[in-house]
Design a protein around this ligand. Structure first.
Ligand code: SAM
Length: 369
């Protein structure tokens, strides 16, 4: 295990703690899952803030786990650190004997440990073997992707995961180059990308290889497939009042998160029915309106926070959800009555603005953007 390089500031730490507190601060022992433990910055703060909380920390990177183990050692038997991909969460919980959890955090993407490591190939700014596996014990490397994928497959990966406009040109340049000699270094790949895009485009939007490296990292680690499975699985494990917070760093992660939550916050019953049919009501409410962005001070203190999007949700009590719908229906009827001649005039003693479930900006109807 090497020395830690640079500083590692957990992104949106205070906001994450604030959102998780009502779930983790409940009486008795509570269980929190950090699905992307990394260097355990968020995990450490959670354990400090909630002395009765047990932490289950997952990471697919053994080096990150080793650092986290040292950092969290003082919490003794309050921690379980597991080498796992986050879509394995249900099996991990079964193995550890925790049928349900109170909080879960996903802080997606790579850690500064991975980005800064001179030998892991994540960074276009440093020359290294093209590896990019978060879990170096298994899976294909970026070198294998770059040297074996067909032109259409390479172009698709770059276009979809990197949102790269010049995906076709870059894929062609990769194929030409590898016919000469295999592409084995991150510096050579970065240079190739730079050479293959038009000169004016090189001057805008950051380093020209940024999107290609992001795309290859997502492909190598099958990041989106794992996330698509992991989010519903984690939501299923939350107790009533339990909370999930997700920090995404690119639009594809954020879109998956938005859809996973939207599916739970919406009623599946008929719109006009005053009560929820059993099993058709929303099971979660959103705690963020749309995706929350970082403030200027956060970005100034922590450049990694610049692209973060936060979404959070809380599991509802099914009875409260049914009641909420009844209350909202009553509210709608009152508002409607106010607009009918001779009924529900102002001064009738009911103020529709105080109706439950409306107006607080975080009710379960507000899916946001
Ligand atoms: C941004 S870092 C987390 C930083 C952490 N919140 C902190 O405060 O130090 C993301 C971590 O998630 C891990 N990771 C990414 N995808 C994963 C997955 N599918 N399963 C498990 N861990 C994953 C990475 O290896 C990395 O260590």
């Amino acid at each position: 295990m090497g020395e830690l390089r640079g500083t590692h500031v957990p992104v949106l730490l205070e906001r994450c703690l604030e959102l998780l507190a009502p779930a983790l601060g409940r009486t008795g022992r509570t269980v929190h899952v950090d699905a992307t433990l990394g260097l355990a910055g968020h995990a450490e703060a959670v354990l400090e803030a909630h002395p009765d909380t047990v932490l289950i920390g997952l990471d697919r990177d053994t080096e990150a786990l080793a650092h986290a183990r040292v950092r969290l050692a003082r919490f003794g038997d309050r921690i379980h650190l597991e080498h796992a991909v986050y879509d394995e969460l249900p099996e991990v919980l079964d193995r550890l004997g925790y049928p349900a959890i109170d909080g879960v955090l996903f802080d997606l993407g790579v850690s500064s440990l991975q980005l800064d490591a001179p030998d892991r190939g994540f960074a276009y700014a440093q020359d290294a073997p093209l590896d990019m596996r978060m879990d170096q014990t298994r899976g294909v490397t970026a070198e294998e992707v770059v040297n074996t994928y067909s032109h259409p497959d390479l172009a698709r990966v770059l276009r979809v995961y990197g949102e790269e406009k010049f995906a076709g040109r870059i894929a062609s340049a990769i194929i030409r180059e590898r016919e000469r000699a295999p592409i084995t270094s991150s510096a050579r790949l970065a240079e190739l990308v730079r050479e293959s895009i038009p000169a004016p485009a090189r001057r805008t939007g950051g380093h020209p290889a940024k999107r290609t490296f992001q795309a290859l990292r997502i492909e190598v680690n099958r990041e989106l497939a794992a996330l698509e499975t992991a989010l519903p699985a984690a939501l299923d494990k939350l107790t009533v009042g339990g909370r999930m917070v997700v920090l995404s760093y690119h639009s594809l992660e954020d879109r998956l998160t938005k859809h996973a939550l939207a599916d739970r916050v919406r009623s599946k019953g008929p719109v006009d029915l005053p009560v929820e049919l059993p099993g058709s009501g929303p099971t979660f409410r959103l705690l963020s309106r749309g995706a929350e962005l970082p403030g200027e001070a956060e970005v100034a203190a922590n450049p990694r926070a610049a692209s973060v999007r936060l979404r959070a949700a809380e599991r509802l009590d099914p009875e409260a959800a049914r009641q909420g719908r009844t209350d909202r229906e009553r509210y709608r009827r009152r508002v409607k009555a106010m607009h009918q001649p001779g009924t529900g005039s102002p001064g009738s003693g009911t103020d529709p603005r105080s109706a439950p479930g409306d107006g607080n900006g975080t009710d379960e109807e507000g899916e946001g953007t």
